[in-house]
Design a protein around this ligand. Structure first.
Ligand code: UD1
Length: 333
């Protein structure tokens, strides 16, 4: 298939493009490089021996997107492009709503014009909000978040669902990710956010590399086994393979399908720190600090649906995630 990948130079996007190319799909990347680097395209080529098409455009720019669809016969789209920093979204809500929602509307309008009916959307476990019991299942209410970034995911899921009701020939797969970490085994692709990282693993990488002095664990007085928050960390390569399976599933599917991508296991912040130290044979400097506003004590996925529908299951271990994260971080800090 010819697959357009918006945000394809980013962390999850680039790993997904590698899996698509390895499996014989042609890929067309659209990315404005607002949180990614152009060298990623060379690195994808280095890993796969194939060069994806690349257009440096903002996905909300409908005319530019139209020109890409005019040039390529696009069979399906994976939509990653969007701002994703939770804390920043609280400070700049309009920027988040404008960017994330506009880019989705432009994309679907152009898809409609070119009769492209297959879409995989990068959603998040954040849509389960603060009130559902865990493990989260796809049929639980997914209508609430705790920050503007998360609300854009809730709203886009709604927009795509309404669109599909009006266009029953359309297929949309809403992939709800838990916490992706890890990096490509080549050490060439990984999570490399601009500025000081907000997420746990890239922060740990910078501490281990000596670029940040220490990690602060946000709270150890939660009602969890060791008092630190628990999350469902999954390897980004497993996540990327989930997209490959979803896009292939969408080929013969119409309607809306929400699917969790997670391991089904809760790992605490303290567990992750310990695993990183032992996998990489090093010591991390860390302190216990206050809780971070908006953090939930614990959640993880019920990943049964992904297994039944897509034949997908996360296979990488926590040790793989810690080793590959450090292998990338020490090369690219
Ligand atoms: C957040 C988003 C999620 C998004 C994910 C990846 C929400 C509520 N969560 O998840 O939607 O998909 O980022 O972008 O919108 N921690 C520390 N010290 C640090 C950093 C983090 O202790 O310096 C802890 C946090 O308290 C949390 C865990 O590490 O318990 C994971 O944090 P993080 O990587 O930021 O991801 P989430 O907040 O779970």
């Amino acid at each position: 298939m010819n697959i357009l990948v918006t945000g394809g130079a980013g962390y999850i996007g680039s790993h997904t493009v590698v899996e698509l190319l390895k499996n014989g799909h042609n890929t067309i990347i659209v990315d404005d490089l607002s949180n990614a680097k152009e060298e990623v395209i060379e690195r994808i080529e280095h890993i796969t021996g194939k060069r994806p098409y690349f257009y440096k455009i903002d996905c909300a720019d409908k005319a530019a997107l139209d020109a890409v669809f005019e040039k390529h016969s696009v069979d399906a789209v994976i939509h990653f492009a969007g701002y994703k920093a939770v804390g920043e979204s609280v400070k700049k809500p309009l920027q988040y709503y404008r960017n994330n929602i506009d880019s989705t509307l432009s994309l679907v309008e152009v898809m409609e014009k070119y009769q492209c009916t297959k879409l995989v959307f990068s959603s998040s476990a954040t849509v389960y909000g603060p009130n559902n019991p865990y493990p989260y299942k796809e049929d639980m209410p997914a209508i609430q978040s705790t920050n503007p970034y998360g609300w854009t995911k809730v709203m886009i899921e709604r927009i795509l669902t309404d669109y599909t009701t009006a266009h029953p020939e359309f297929s949309v797969i809403l992939l709800r990710y838990f916490n992706p970490i890890g990096a490509h085994e080549s050490g060439l692709l990984g999570d490399d956010p601009n500025g000081i990282p907000n997420n746990l693993m890239p922060y740990i990488g910078k501490v281990a590399a000596g670029q940040l002095d220490h990690l602060t664990i946000f709270g150890n007085d939660y009602d969890t086994p060791d008092g630190t928050c628990q999350r469902d960390y999954l390897h980004v390569v497993d996540l990327a393979i989930g997209h490959l399976k979803a896009i292939e599933y969408a080929e013969n599917h119409t309607g809306v399908e929400a699917i969790n991508l997670g391991t089904g296991t809760g790992i605490s912040v303290q567990d992750l720190v310990n695993a990183f130290e032992s996998a990489n044979n090093l010591k991390l400097s860390y302190v216990i600090g206050p809780r971070r506003d908006g953090d939930l004590p614990a959640f993880w996925a019920d990943a049964t649906k992904a297994k039944n529908l897509l034949g997908w299951k996360a296979v990488h271990t926590l040790e793989d995630m810690c080793k590959s994260s450090w292998n990338f971080a020490k090369n690219f800090q």
